[in-house]
Design a protein around this ligand. Structure first.
Ligand code: PA5
Length: 476
């Protein structure tokens, strides 16, 4: 309940350090001068106003999630309490926006070995998020869970995604064979209230159902029941998560770009893209934030990767997001980031205070080249290495910036998710594209439906049948 205290909230505010994006630090060729702000006043103002005018409307319903879910949150908390009492496992069946948020928040806010802890210590079911249709993975899951002690949560907004619906069919069949009429007590549906097949199925099967609001797209859905239910089941304080999002939303309502980190990040990335920086690396220095990078990659890629702008001109917009993990990737990718092409911007996520501390043991006073580590902590080591990477990148003229989290908790994670969502909305407005559609993803879904003979996709099937056949001569 710390988040109710204003002083604590201020202390937990995220901080953005963008020094190393500036020419003073990375040189005139790669860095920005103060002209960045002066020459973009109109762009920033228009982007800010576009987002402000559209918030809460159309596909920007997600901006209201920190405000309009009181009743739903109580239902989720009550449902989660019941699940905790009755079940050993909670399995999410979903993909894309229906999976990456739950995975990211679980990793960030639960014990890093949650599923391996003894039940008494865990005090919550194990969580599995099944976001693929690899048959080996499905069978591996079934090898380790007892379905009779498992609650499944099928999550799909469209209610027709092949991966999710095939998982649903497999699991429901197993449940019905084992449990008969009681199968329905092991499945919760999270889907659109107004469209799709899952809502019909949920009604037919009499499943407990949570709704994904119409104006909340998959990749913007972590803060609605898609993410809140799994989070509550594993013991995360979802009210604090939403309070963090609300706190960040207020900050993002500031039209002054230097005081609005989401608007500032959007501008930095937009201008970087214009300067040929087509790759955006997200590099958290904390295992807990590892999957925040995956979640961000989807948000940034699927929202900004667009062929046409709002006027229908071909623009082929976007920046390729890449995930890296500090310090692990210092021993692989950082070589490229420091010495490869000048086509990247690196976003570092830093944690000032870790939730635990490990001292590096004493023991080798006669070997000074190892002994220098002794008596320090791993906490000092990871953050020192982060500073060292920052230094190495900066001195090689590689633009980078750091987002600081005082600590990883539900409040700071709520802020981080919401800030990235707002950053994406602002960047999409700067690029003058539709940030919230995903024709490319839907193209892939439709091709699968066509190949599997789904009714209504005959034309796509015909087009696919008429496309050039693979030639033997190009196999090796
Ligand atoms: O962001 C998106 O819209 C997508 O990544 C979807 O989340 C993903 O394709 C799954 O869609 P659905 O929730 O309809 O199953």
């Amino acid at each position: 309940m710390n988040y109710k205290n204003l002083k604590w909230r201020k202390n937990m505010a995220l901080k953005l350090d963008y020094n190393n994006m500036m020419a003073e630090y990375v040189g005139a060729e790669q860095g920005f001068t103060n002209d960045l702000f002066a020459s973009n006043t109109k762009l920033v103002k228009n982007a800010f106003n576009t987002v402000k005018e559209n918030r809460g409307k159309g596909m920007m319903g997600w901006t209201e999630l920190p405000y309009n879910q009181n009743e739903i949150v109580e239902d989720i908390i009550a449902t989660a309490k019941d699940i905790k009492k009755k079940f050993d496992n909670f399995v999410v069946l979903g993909i894309g926006g229906s999976a990456l948020g739950p995975i990211a928040v679980f990793q960030a806010l639960c014990h890093l070995r949650h599923n391996e802890l003894p039940k008494k210590v865990r005090k919550a079911p194990k969580l599995y998020v099944e976001d693929n249709v690899d048959p080996e993975r499905m069978n591996a899951l079934l090898d380790v869970i007892d379905v009779e002690k498992t609650m499944f949560n099928v999550v799909t907004k469209s209610g027709s995604t092949s991966e999710t619906m095939s998982q649903y069919l497999i699991i429901m069949d197993i449940l019905k064979k084992k449990l008969g009429d009681k199968a329905k007590d092991h499945m919760i549906a999270t889907t659109s209230m107004s469209k799709g097949n899952l809502i019909k199925i949920a009604k037919e099967e009499n499943l407990k159902t949570f709704y994904i609001p119409d104006g909340v797209g998959g990749r913007f859905s972590e803060l609605c029941p898609v993410g809140l239910l799994p989070a509550a089941v594993v013991g995360i304080d979802i009210k604090e998560l939403l309070a963090g999002a609300k706190f960040m939303d207020k900050i993002c309502m500031n039209p002054s770009v230097k005081k609005n980190p989401a608007l500032l990040l959007a501008l930095l990335q937009y201008e970087s893209m214009k300067n040929g920086k087509n790759i955006g690396v997200m590099m958290p220095y904390a295992d807990s934030l590892k999957y925040i990078a995956d979640w961000y990659c989807q948000l940034w890629a699927e929202s900004l990767g667009k062929a046409v702008d709002n006027e229908g001109n071909y623009v082929y917009a976007g920046q390729t997001p890449v995930k890296a993990l500090g310090v692990t990737d210092q021993h692989s990718q950082v070589q490229l980031y420091r010495e490869g092409p000048f086509d990247k911007v690196i976003t570092i996520l830093a944690v000032e205070n870790f939730r635990s501390s490990v001292e590096i043991s004493q023991g080798l006073p006669h070997i000074p080249d190892v002994n220098f580590l002794c008596g320090h902590t791993m906490n000092e080591l990871i953050n020192t290495e982060r500073e060292a990477t920052e230094y190495a990148l900066t001195t090689a003229n590689r633009p980078n910036h750091t987002i600081y989290l005082n600590e990883v908790n539900a409040f700071t994670i709520g802020q981080l998710l919401f800030m990235f969502e707002m950053q994406t909305a602002f960047a999409g407005a700067m690029l003058n594209i539709d940030t919230f559609n995903q024709p490319g993803v839907e193209g892939g879904k439709n091709a699968t439906y066509a190949l599997f003979g789904r009714k209504g996709y005959e034309k796509t099937k015909e087009e696919m049948d008429n496309s050039p056949k693979k030639n033997e001569k190009y196999f090796c």
